[in-house]
Design a protein around this ligand. Structure first.
Ligand SMILES: [Zn+2]
Length: 267
C-alpha cells in the first residue's frame, strides 16, 4: 500500500535515478494525460529533486515546473536502466535521461504544474511525520486540536492533521499505541496523542528503510511464517499476537476504510 513510506522511499530512489541530467525521453501512454502535453512541456528539462510531502510526490524541475503524483491505492513508480525494455502494461508516463528511466504505472493522479501554479492540496497538508525536521510528538498533539468527537481512527488518516499515515499504518499505529480506533480524539491524553505521532513516524521510517514494504510485525526468530507482516491489519478473526483475542475489523470514516483492532489490547 502506498502510504508515506512509499513516497519517501521514492524521493530517494527516483531522485538518484534521474536528477541532474536533461530528460531525453518523455513518453505519455495514458490517453487521459494527453491534454496536458507533458511530453512537449518536459522534454529537455532537468529534475532537481523529487520531494515527498505526506503521500504526495512533487518532482521539481529546473524550469520551475512541478509534476505532482499521488498513487492512491494502486499506482506505482518504478526505475529502469536507460536501455531497458520497460513493461507497457498499465504504463502512464515514462521519464528518461541517458542514465535511467522512471516509469509511472496506473496513475491515477498525475498533473504537470506551471512555475508558481498554486497547489491547494499540498498547502492544506498537515506536517509530515517523515519530514527531516518533524517533531512527531508535537504532530501527535494536533489530534487534540481538532473536532473532539472525531474517532481517532478517522483523524489519523486526515492528511490535514498529520500527513503520511494511510490505512495499514493507521491500524498498526493505534494497536501499538494501545488506543481503540473508535475513541473520540477529545478523550485522548497528551501522552496518548504524542505516542500516536511517535509510533506512526517510527513505523513509516521503518517502511522507508524496508524499501517501501510494510512490515510492522517481526516474529520471534525461527518462528516466521510467510505473510506475517502486521500486528492486526488484514488479520480479522485471527488471534491477537499479544493477548489472543480475535482481531476485529470494521469500515470507518467517510471513505469507509477498514480498520483492524484488538479489543483486548486497545482501550
Ligand atoms: Zn490483543
Amino acid at each position: 500500500m502506498p502510504e508515506g513510506q512509499v513516497s519517501h522511499r521514492n524521493a530517494i530512489v527516483l531522485t538518484r535515478a534521474i536528477a541532474g541530467s536533461p530528460l531525453v525521453r518523455v513518453e505519455v501512454t495514458e490517453p487521459r494525460l494527453a491534454p496536458q502535453r507533458i511530453d512537449e512541456r518536459l522534454m529537455g528539462d532537468v529534475l532537481e529533486h523529487m520531494e515527498a510531502r505526506g503521500k504526495h510526490h512533487l518532482f521539481r524541475f529546473r524550469s520551475g515546473r512541478v509534476l505532482h503524483s499521488h498513487l492512491r491505492m494502486g499506482g506505482v513508480w518504478r526505475t529502469y536502466a536507460a536501455d531497458a525494455d520497460i513493461p507497457q502494461r498499465g504504463l502512464w508516463l515514462a521519464l528518461g535521461t541517458t542514465e535511467a528511466v522512471v516509469a509511472q504505472y496506473r496513475g491515477p493522479d498525475l498533473a504537470l504544474l506551471e512555475p508558481g501554479e498554486p497547489m491547494p492540496r499540498i498547502d492544506a497538508l498537515g506536517p509530515d511525520l517523515l519530514a527531516d525536521d518533524a517533531d512527531p510528538a508535537a504532530i501527535g498533539l494536533r489530534l487534540l486540536a481538532i473536532e473532539p468527537t472525531r474517532p481517532v481512527g478517522d483523524a489519523v488518516m486526515d492528511q490535514r492533521v498529520m500527513s503520511g499515515i494511510g490505512n495499514v499504518y493507521k491500524s498498526e499505529t493505534l494497536f501499538l499505541a494501545g488506543v481503540d480506533p473508535w475513541r473520540q480524539v477529545g478523550s485522548l491524553t497528551r501522552e496518548e496523542a504524542e505516542s500516536i505521532g511517535v509510533i506512526g513516524s517510527e513505523l513509516l521510517a521503518t517502511g522507508v528503510r524496508d524499501r517501501g514494504r510494510i512490515r510492522t510485525y517481526r516474529p520471534p526468530l525461527g518462528t516466521a511464517r510467510p505473510g506475517e507482516r502486521t500486528w492486526v491489519y488484514g488479520r480479522r478473526g485471527r488471534p491477537c499476537r499479544r493477548c489472543g483475542a480475535p482481531v476485529r475489523s470494521c469500515g470507518q470514516g467517510d471513505a469507509n476504510r477498514t480498520t483492524y483492532w484488538c479489543p483486548g489490547c486497545q482501550e
